[in-house]
Ligand binder design. Structure first.
Ligand code: NAD
Ligand code: GLY
Length: 367
């Protein structure tokens, strides 16, 4: 097996700065040595990931805490809600966890977002650590401090900005990830190319087959470069007053797909992949990018095995339904939807677009 050197990506946020560790076999090492000790740790995981990795994580951290508790939540986006979040508070209170308790999020973005939000709320804030185990969570959701849950009327609508103490990405955990989830994670990797780094877009074109084959070196590079770009963006705009919104390329359309289909029917990454096709088509329609870049983005998403056509959400007025759902997006300003568009030089901006233009794009992009 090729040796993969552990890499460290810093995220600079003043007193909230931390490090993202990327490597193989990290759950068996003393990577957690620098964490503050405490009476309690709670590993929050789910019924799928817990049996695979919770014991290894417990062994890795137990010298730092007098008691290590584990809670396994039900698995799936459909459980990213108040009811499930309350199970974490029930576990914390039942075990009499105090303010020096550290929460460990062990799982994908669903577990990570909920655990971070629980940490932000419990006793008005306790420390937490992200141990992401999906590609999507290693390249995106575990980094940057967005935490929260869904509301039936909108995705991720209840939450808080709350940064972890550290992020530990063990690429070895990706070996057990289902194929469909790996592909969904690739959507969030691909987005970093057109929004920030055309060289990375080229690298992805050359290495997509290696990523799909779970080549460890390729995965380590893709995770590191994604985290570097995200760390740069979040370091400049932690609370999304402007720049950070570019990380949502494809997400305005994608969130409409997730909410319109019912959470969990389409994976988040699948909806984002298809949403990026729509956002790239919109950018081309606005003449911000040429046909060549549009084809390159489309081709990468197709090679990653992601859906290329949006679902029909309403057979009488499909575009109207998308627009209605997109107005709930957090980027909307007084009901005006703002879209992340790309400009062809590794640059993205956010802009309002006439509904008629968006309607044309939706009609062209849906099956
Ligand atoms: P997920 O958390 O649902 O995980 C996907 C599936 O893979 C689940 O069934 C999970 O149990 C399973 N799994 C996880 N790790 C595994 C492993 N190593 N081996 C086998 N199975 C494993 O989905 P996700 O794609 O990781 O995350 C999606 C969520 O992330 C969405 O809720 C989305 O809104 C959120 N998100 C948040 C941010 C952010 O900045 N906070 C960014 C992007 C996405
Ligand atoms: N995933 C988008 C963000 O973190 O801002």
């Amino acid at each position: 097996m090729t040796e993969i050197a552990t890499q460290h990506v810093p995220i600079s946020l003043g007193e909230r700065s931390y490090t993202i560790c990327i490597g193989r076999g990290l759950l068996n090492r003393d990577v957690f040595a620098g964490l503050p000790a405490g009476n309690h740790a709670l590993i929050v995981t789910n019924t799928q990931v817990g049996p695979l990795y919770a014991a290894a994580l417990r062994d890795a951290i137990e010298s730092k805490f007098q008691q290590v508790h584990i809670i396994e939540l039900p698995d799936g986006e459909g459980y990213k809600n108040w009811e499930t979040l309350n199970l974490v508070f029930d576990a914390l209170l039942s075990a009499r966890c105090d303010r020096k308790t550290t929460l460990f999020a062990l799982g994908g973005g669903v577990v990570g977002d909920m655990t971070g939000f629980a940490a932000a709320c419990y006793m008005r804030g306790v420390p937490f650590v992200q141990v992401p185990t999906t590609l999507l969570s290693q390249v995106d959701s575990s980094v940057g401090g967005k935490t929260g849950i869904n509301h039936p009327m909108g995705k991720n609508m209840i939450g808080a900005f709350y940064q972890p103490l550290m992020v530990v990405c063990d690429i070895g955990t990706l070996n057990t990830l289902p194929e469909r989830e790996l592909k969904a994670g690739l959507a969030e990797v691909i987005k970093y190319g057109p929004i920030a780094d055309m060289d990375f877009l080229g690298w992805l074109e050359s290495n997509m087959d290696a990523l799909l084959a779970r080549n460890a070196e390729a995965l380590a590079y893709a995770i590191r470069r994604s985290c570097e770009i995200k760390a740069m963006v979040v370091g400049k705009d932690e609370r999304e007053s402007g720049l950070r919104a570019i990380l949502n390329f494809g997400h305005t359309f994608g969130h409409a797909i997730e909410a319109g289909m019912g959470y969990g029917r389409w994976l988040h990454g699948e909806a984002v992949g298809c949403g990026m096709v729509m956002a790239a088509e919109l950018s081309a329609q606005l003449e911000l990018i040429d046909g060549d870049l549009l084809s390159r983005v489309r081709r990468l998403i197709e090679r990653a095995g992601l859906p290329m056509k949006g679902p029909v959400l309403d057979s009488t007025d499909n575009a109207g339904r998308y627009l209605e759902l997109m107005r709930v997006d957090k980027k909307a300003d007084a009901g005006a939807i703002r879209y992340v568009v790309v400009h062809g030089s590794g640059r993205a901006t956010m802009q309002a677009v006439d509904d008629d233009i968006v309607r044309q794009v939706i009609e062209r992009c849906c099956a």
